[in-house]
Design a protein around this ligand. Structure first.
Ligand code: SAM
Ligand code: DTB
Ligand code: SF4
Length: 389
């Protein structure tokens, strides 16, 4: 069978024989009844686990027509997950505000005058009561956030957090923390306490990072992610759109994530929440189509990762959120608050589950140890894709 494809190299139509692409998976579409070339979203939606993506390939997926992104994102999603199952997660800010970092989106930075009031680490009872409440409300993942650059000089607080992790894990929920930078021994201690996942976002591309944060480097971010991975903890890493970045920056961030030796098990996609007093308070809100592009592209290049529709969801209507789930998102944060900003109304979320026929996704404790998203490159398949391009 011959196909005409748009070559990402020179944007010209090339004729390609597709006789040999099918052995591992079906080709992305049935034989089309039209002659228009297959878009990159379709071309790369074979569901193969790859960590040798090029930026050009990812950009060509990102730029595909929205309807193709929706369709092929959904296809890859359905091949790897139950598309009706959406995980509900709960966030708790266990140590709020007063942070020494200058992340220009963040209301918790001490560099900016925002409505957030700094407070000390929450005590045992407050945290465990919140975790129990989250579980009763249907959450299967409990995420504790602290407004710290790192844990240095915080030994007693860190020991308390290790205790919280142990207790919450015994409630049969996934436990995630986001506490800033970790060294190897801190990552190991969290693993021993039973931590399921550690969230450490790249936020944007390496190139745009210094425009957003000047108090740490991209490499420091990657170093923590590597310490988390080495300790056998599941990696949660994604970013924010709407920081004033270009589409190339979004693609750059996805490229860094999708070319890691093992894809992060969890990829949160946040839309900037513009908070008064932060340097980004006047940023233009991102559109639903930008969210869909980001979610579908993440789903296609990291087929087995949980793609989390995260901050900024409050601005999206139910039909808009449905598009995100269709495109490949399979997790949301529920509860009235994210860390410091408002989240969607809890009852409205439960109504949305009913209306869309969604079902709560059970916890997955294998993450980080499961081989499911380790990359096994199929060399034959790889050559076929290269030949097409
Ligand atoms: N201090 C730790 C750190 O930076 O990794 C953990 C807490 S920090 C608040 C966790 C993540 O929340 C950030 O990496 C960022 O992606 C996200 N975030 C913070 N403020 C946000 C905002 N205004 N809008 C969207 N996402 C935001
Ligand atoms: C992530 O990527 N988004 C969550 C979670 N990981 C920790 C945090 C969103 C924070 C939004 C701003 C706030 O509420 O302070
Ligand atoms: Fe601090 Fe994290 Fe906020 Fe940056 S994102 S200012 S490190 S709490």
């Amino acid at each position: 069978m011959a196909f005409r494809l748009l070559s990402p190299k020179n944007n010209k139509l090339v004729s390609v024989k597709l006789l040999s692409i099918t052995p591992v998976r079906e080709l992305a579409t049935a034989t089309p009844t039209y002659t228009r070339p297959l878009s990159a979203a379709g071309l790369f939606a074979s569901g193969h686990m790859r960590n040798d993506w090029t930026k050009k390939e990812i950009k060509s997926i990102y730029d595909s027509p929205i309807m193709d992104l929706l369709y092929f994102g959904a296809k890859v999603h359905r091949e790897n997950f139950d598309p009706l199952a959406v995980q509900q997660c709960t966030l708790l800010s266990i140590k709020t505000g007063g942070c020494s970092e200058d992340c220009s989106y963040c209301p918790q930075s001490s560099k900016y005058k925002t409505p957030v009031k700094a407070s000390k680490l929450l005590d045992n009872d407050e945290v465990l009561v919140a975790a129990r409440k989250a579980k009763e409300a249907g959450s299967t993942r409990f995420c504790m956030g602290a407004a710290w650059r790192d844990l240095n000089g915080r030994k007693s607080n860190f020991n308390k957090i290790l205790g919280y992790v142990k207790e919450i894990r015994s409630m049969d929920m996934e436990v995630c923390c986001t506490l800033g930078m970790l060294d190897e021994s801190q990552a190991k201690a969290l693993k021993e306490a039973g931590l399921t996942a550690y969230n450490h976002n790249l936020d944007t591309s390496r190139e745009y990072y210094p425009k957003i944060i000047t108090t740490r480097t991209y490499d420091e971010r990657l170093e923590t992610i590597s310490n988390v991975r080495e300790a056998g903890i599941s990696v949660c890493s994604g970013g924010i759109i709407g920081l004033g970045e270009t589409p190339e920056d979004r693609v750059g961030m996805l490229h860094t994530l999708a070319t890691m030796p093992q894809h992060p098990e969890s990829v949160p996609i946040n839309a900037l929440v513009q908070v008064e007093g932060t340097p980004l308070e006047k940023q233009e809100p991102v559109s639903i189509w930008e969210m869909v592009r980001m979610i579908s592209t993440a789903r296609i290049v990291m087929p087995k990762s949980m793609v989390r529709l995260s901050a900024g969801r409050i601005r999206f209507s139910q039909p808009e959120q449905a598009l995100c789930f269709f495109a490949g998102a399979n997790s949301i944060f529920t509860g009235d608050k994210l860390l410091t900003t408002d989240n969607n109304d809890f009852n409205a979320d439960q109504e949305m589950f009913k209306t869309l026929g969604l079902i709560p996704k059970p916890p997955n404790f294998d993450q980080g140890t499961s081989p499911s998203n380790k990359i096994k490159i199929d060399e034959v398949q790889e050559k076929q894709i290269q030949n097409i391009l």
